[in-house]
Design a protein around this ligand. Structure first.
Ligand code: NAG
Ligand code: NAG
Ligand code: NAG
Ligand code: NAG
Ligand code: NAG
Length: 817
C-alpha cells in the first residue's frame, strides 16, 4: 500500500534491522567503553543517528564519528578525532569517571582525542547519543540536567537542525565549521565558515585568510544577502542577534526529514534534504552561487548585477576610478570614486536611495538600534565621515551607519533586497534625480509610491477619525469596520481618478462588480473594484475581503492599497497590474504566444508560492475558494499575483475543513467534494490549482473544452493522454519551441496529482513546491482525477464515492445568510 502514503517526503525509516554486531544502545558508561574491534556502535532512541568507528572511502584510517543511521552512503555529521586518526582497529572510546571522553588505542594509553575542555566534572557520568544527533555527557540521574560536554558545541563541517551556530562574545562561545580536507580525509581543510563580530556581525566563508562570501546582516526577516530566506517554505531560521552575539538555529517544518547544512570540502555551503524515494541528498540551497556572491567582485562603491552586462556598475553619484580599465577590459579592481567631493561643512549633502540591494560589508560599520530612519539620516549627515546608512531591520527600526568606502554590494531582481541611502554631494544628487527620471521609471515610481502610501496613511487615518467622530450615528451598520486599519480613500478622489467611472476606464468584471483603472492625481495607477449596489451578498464579501487582504502581504498576492466606504458605495483600491488577468492572454490564441514556457512555468511557481503563503505561512490558514485563471493577475514583468479574496475563508490553528450550504466558486475549478457535499479544505484549493496548471500548459479552458471526440473536459482529455503516454500532445501549440519537455511533463504530472478525485491523495502545497523545484525527484503517478468519465478506468465504480478528507477534525460552519 505504498501508494496510500502521501508523497515522498513523508520519510519512512526502515525498521531497525537486528544486526549481529550492532548493539542498539544509546549510552556510554565508564564501565562499558566502545571498542572498535567489537564493531559496536551507539544508536539513538529515535533510530536517526549512529555513533561509532568508521573509515572514510579511500582511506585506511579509523575515526570516531556520528552519521545518519540507515542512510547510504554513510553521511558523517561529526568527527571526534579529525586531527589524529587511528591507524588500525585498536581504538577504544571510553568515559572516565569524572566525565571526560577519551579515545585511546586499546593496548596503550596514547590519547588520540579527549573531550576535556575544563568543564565541571560530573560525579556519575553517562554519555548519551540523542535523537537530534547530539552526543552529550551528563549526570546519570539527571537526563534533563546539566550538560558537561556536548558534540553540538564542537561542530566539524555540519550544522544539524536544532543545532546552534554562531558566536557569543560574552560567553566565549565560538561555533564555526571547517570543511574536510577531501572526501576521504576529515582533517580540517582550508575552508571555514564563521561569524565575524567586527562592526555589525555577519557570517563569512573563508579560504585560509581570504574572505570568499559573506551573508549580509540579519535584518529581522532574512540575511541581507539572502532575501530568498523569506520565501523558503521547508526551513525556518531562528536568529538571536544582539551586541556581541550572533547565534542561529534552523528547523525543518517536517521534522522527520533528515536535513543538514554542510560546508563541503570544495568550499561550498549546502543545505541538503534527504529524499527517501530517490535515496539521495537533494541540494535545497547553496552558496556561493554566482560571481556576485564573491566579496570583492566589484571592488569599492559599485554594485554587482548578476548576469548583468557589464557585471559591475558604479553607485549613482560615483564614477570608475580608472574608466579605461573599467569600460574597456572590464577590470573592476579599481572600483569607483565620487563624482563630486562631499561638502559636509556647508551642509549641502543629501542621500540618494539605491534600492533592491544586499547591504555593504559592515565590519567597520556601526549599528544604532532604536533610531528612526529620520534620526539615522540626520546622524549620518552630521558626521562628516559618514558615507551611507540603511535601516537595520526591514520593519524600519534602527540603522547601520557606514564611515568607509562601500564594498560587496549586489543587486537583487524582483523587488527583494534592501534600501541603501548613499550620501552624495548636492551636485550629484541633482544629477542623480534628473537622470533617474526618464531612464529609471521604477525608482521614481517607488519613491512616488512610498510618498503616496505615507500620505494616504496619514490622510486615511485623519479621515477615519473624522468619520468616526461625525458620522457614526448614521452609519451604525458600519461600526464593525473600525478595526479595518487600512487607508480610506475618499469618494471624490476615486471618482476623479476613474473619470467618473467612465466606460473607458473599466477594465473588467470581478466577482461582485466592475473593476476600473484609476489614475490618482499623483500619477499612481490603481485598480478600483466597485461593489455593485444591487448585490446584497456583496456587503459581507466586501468586509471579508477587506479584513482578510489587509492582513496579507506577499509578492504573489495582489496588494490592497485601501478602501472607500461612502455614500452607499463600497470600493476596494488595489495596486494596478498592467498585464491584466491570465485568462485574457492564456485563452486567446492571438495572444497566448506571448506566454512562452519560461513565463508559464514562472507563473505556475508564483501561484504556488502565493498559495503556500495562504495555506501555511501567514498567521492563519486561508482557503481562497475561487482560484481560477481570471483571478491571477500579471504585473508588468509577468509575475503572477492571486487576487479576489471575496470568498476566502480564514481558519485558526487546527481547523482545516469546513462545510457550507452556500457552495460558491467557479464551475470547472471546484473540487468534487466541494460541489457534492459543500466541504472545503486546503485540498479544494489544490484541486483548483491543478486545473490551473493543466490550463496553463494546454492553453485550453477546463469547462469550455470541446474537441470533436467524446472527452468530458480538459481533465478527462489530459488524463487519457497521460495514461497512453501521449501527454505531450496536450501542450499548447503556441507555447514556443524552447522548452524542456521534462519540465513540462513534471508539471502535467503535478497538475494531475492535484486534481485527483480523493482529496487525501492530493499533495499539499509544500510538497508541490518541492516537486516543482527539484529535477531528480521521482513524482508519484497520479490516480483518477475528479470529473472524468468512469467507463475507462475503474469499471463500474459509479456507485457511492467517499468525498471526505480523513484524519482532520471536521467542523461545520453553517453560514448565516
Ligand atoms: C598496540 O597498538 C599499536 C597500534 O595502535 C600497534 O602498533 C602495536 O603493535 C600494539 N602493541 C601491542 C603490544 O599489541
Ligand atoms: C578528568 O580526568 C582526566 C584524566 O583522567 C583529566 O585529563 C581531566 O582534566 C579531568 N577532567 C576534569 C573535568 O576534571
Ligand atoms: C551569550 O552569553 C551570555 C552570557 O553567558 C548569555 O547571557 C546570553 O544569553 C548569550 N546569548 C545568546 C544569544 O545565546
Ligand atoms: C573556531 O572555533 C574555535 C573554538 O571556539 C576557535 O578556537 C577557532 O579560533 C575558531 N576558528 C575560526 C576561524 O573562527
Ligand atoms: C561652501 O560654500 C562656499 C560658498 O558657497 C564655497 O565657496 C565653499 O567652497 C564651500 N565649501 C566647501 C567645503 O565646498
Amino acid at each position: 500500500m505504498m501508494r496510500e502514503i502521501p508523497f515522498f517526503f513523508l520519510v519512512i525509516f526502515a525498521a531497525v534491522l537486528v544486526n549481529s554486531v550492532s548493539l542498539a544502545d544509546d549510552t556510554l558508561t565508564p564501565q562499558q567503553p566502545l571498542l572498535d574491534a567489537d564493531g559496536t556502535t551507539l544508536l539513538d532512541a529515535g533510530n536517526r543517528f549512529e555513533l561509532g568507528f568508521f573509515t572514510p572511502n579511500d582511506s585506511s584510517y579509523r575515526y570516531v564519528g556520528i552519521w545518519f543511521y540507515n542512510i547510504s552512503p554513510r553521511t558523517v555529521v561529526w568527527v571526534a578525532n579529525r586531527r589524529s586518526p587511528l591507524p588500525d582497529l585498536s581504538g577504544r572510546l571510553s568515559l572516565t569517571t569524572n566525565g571526560t571522553l577519551l579515545l585511546t588505542s586499546d593496548n596503550s594509553t596514547t590519547v588520540f582525542w579527549s573531550s576535556s575542555d575544563g568543564s565541571t566534572p560530573v560525579r556519575n557520568p553517562v554519555a548519551q547519543l540523542l535523537d537530534n544527533g547530539n552526543f552529550v555527557v551528563r549526570e546519570e540521574a539527571e537526563p534533563n540536567g546539566y550538560v558537561a560536554w556536548q558534540s553540538y558545541d564542537h561542530p566539524t563541517d555540519t550544522i544539524l537542525p536544532g543545532m546552534r551556530f554562531g558566536r557569543n562574545m560574552t560567553s566565549g562561545l565560538n561555533l564555526n565549521l571547517t570543511a574536510w580536507t577531501s572526501l576521504s580525509d576529515p582533517t580540517p581543510g582550508d575552508y571555514v565558515l564563521n561569524i565575524n563580530m567586527d562592526g555589525v556581525p555577519e557570517e563569512f566563508l573563508w579560504h585560509g585568510t581570504r574572505p570568499l562570501w559573506r551573508s549580509g546582516q540579519w535584518n529581522g526577516r532574512y540575511l541581507s544577502g539572502a532575501p530568498e530566506m523569506e520565501t523558503e517554505n521547508l526551513v525556518q531560521y531562528h536568529y538571536k542577534v544582539a551586541p556581541q552575539q550572533f547565534i542561529y538555529t534552523y528547523t525543518i517544518r517536517d521534522n522527520s526529514l533528515p536535513a543538514r547544512i554542510t560546508l563541503i570540502s570544495s568550499g561550498v555551503v549546502q543545505l541538503l534534504i534527504w529524499v527517501e524515494d530517490n535515496q539521495q541528498w537533494s541540494v535545497r540551497g547553496y552558496t556561493p552561487q554566482d560571481p556576485c556572491d564573491s566579496v570583492s567582485a566589484c571592488s569599492i562603491n559599485a554594485i554587482c548585477i548578476p548576469n548583468g552586462s557589464p557585471m559591475c556598475k558604479c553607485l549613482t553619484g560615483f564614477r570608475p576610478k580608472n574608466p579605461t580599465n573599467w569600460n574597456l577590459i572590464r577590470d573592476w579592481s579599481g572600483g569607483c570614486v565620487r563624482s563630486t567631493h562631499l561638502d559636509c561643512r556647508n551642509r549641502t549633502d543629501g542621500f540618494f536611495n539605491q534600492d533592491s540591494l544586499k547591504l555593504p560589508e559592515s565590519s567597520s560599520a556601526v549599528m544604532r538600534t532604536s533610531l528612526t530612519p529620520a534620526e539615522c539620516s540626520s546622524l549620518c549627515l552630521n558626521d562628516c565621515n559618514c558615507t551611507a546608512y540603511a535601516s537595520a531591520q526591514v520593519n524600519g527600526s534602527g540603522c547601520i551607519l557606514w564611515t568607509s568606502d562601500l564594498t560587496d554590494i549586489r543587486f537583487f531582481f524582483g523587488g527583494t533586497g534592501q534600501d541603501l541611502y548613499v550620501r552624495l554631494a548636492a551636485a550629484d544628487l541633482i544629477a542623480a534625480y534628473a537622470e533617474s527620471r526618464p531612464s529609471n521609471q521604477r525608482r521614481v515610481a517607488v519613491i512616488v509610491a512610498v510618498t503616496l502610501a505615507a500620505s494616504f496613511l496619514l490622510a486615511g487615518a485623519a479621515f477615519c477619525i473624522w468619520r468616526w467622530k461625525t458620522k457614526k450615528s448614521f452609519v451604525g451598520e458600519e461600526t464593525e469596520e473600525k478595526d479595518l486599519d487600512l487607508p480610506l480613500f475618499d469618494l471624490g478622489t476615486i471618482v476623479n481618478s476613474t473619470v467618473n467611472f467612465s466606460a473607458d476606464s473599466k477594465i473588467g468584471e470581478g466577482g461582485f462588480g466592475p473593476v476600473y483603472k484609476g489614475r490618482l492625481t499623483e500619477g499612481q495607477e490603481v485598480a478600483v473594484k466597485r461593489l455593485s449596489k444591487t448585490s446584497t451578498q456583496g456587503v459581507n464579501e466586501f468586509k471579508n475581503e477587506v479584513r482578510l487582504i489587509a492582513k496579507l502581504q506577499h509578492r504573489n498576492l495582489v496588494r490592497l492599497l485601501g478602501c472607500c466606504v461612502e455614500a452607499g458605495e463600497r470600493m476596494l483600491i488595489y495596486e494596478y497590474l498592467s498585464n491584466g488577468s491570465l485568462d485574457k492572454l492564456l485563452f486567446d490564441k492571438a495572444k497566448s504566444g506571448q506566454l512562452d514556457w519560461k513565463l508559464r512555468y514562472n507563473i505556475i511557481i508564483g501561484i504556488a508560492r502565493g498559495l503556500l503563503y495562504l495555506h501555511h505561512d501567514s498567521r492563519f490558514i486561508i482557503i481562497h475558494r475561487d482560484l481560477k485563471a481570471s483571478n491571477i493577475l500579471l504585473d508588468k514583468d509577468m509575475n503572477p499575483k492571486i487576487s479576489d479574496f471575496g470568498m476566502a475563508r480564514i481558519f485558526n490553528g487546527d481547523e482545516t475543513i469546513a462545510k457550507t450550504k452556500n457552495v460558491v466558486g467557479t464551475y470547472g475549478y471546484m473540487s468534487p467534494e466541494y460541489i457534492k457535499n459543500g466541504k472545503f479544505s486546503i485540498k479544494s484549493d489544490i484541486f483548483s490549482f491543478g486545473v490551473l496548471i493543466l490550463e496553463i500548459i494546454s492553453g485550453k479552458k477546463n469547462t469550455e473544452f470541446s474537441t470533436s471526440d467524446q472527452h468530458l473536459n480538459l481533465l478527462d482529455y489530459i488524463w487519457r493522454l497521460w495514461r497512453n503516454d501521449k501527454a505531450s500532445e496536450s501542450i499548447d501549440e503556441t507555447i514556443g519551441l524552447s522548452f524542456s519537455m521534462e519540465e513540462v511533463m513534471r508539471c502535467i504530472n503535478i497538475g494531475l496529482l492535484c486534481v485527483q478525485e480523493r482529496c487525501d491523495d492530493r499533495p499539499n502545497i509544500t510538497s508541490i513546491l518541492l516537486m516543482l523545484g527539484s529535477d531528480k525527484t521521482l513524482i508519484p503517478e497520479p490516480r483518477q482525477p475528479g470529473f472524468v468519465s468512469r467507463d475507462l478506468c475503474e469499471g463500474n465504480s459509479t456507485s457511492i464515492m467517499q468525498y471526505t478528507c480523513s484524519n482532520q477534525a471536521s467542523i461545520t460552519i453553517l453560514e448565516a445568510r
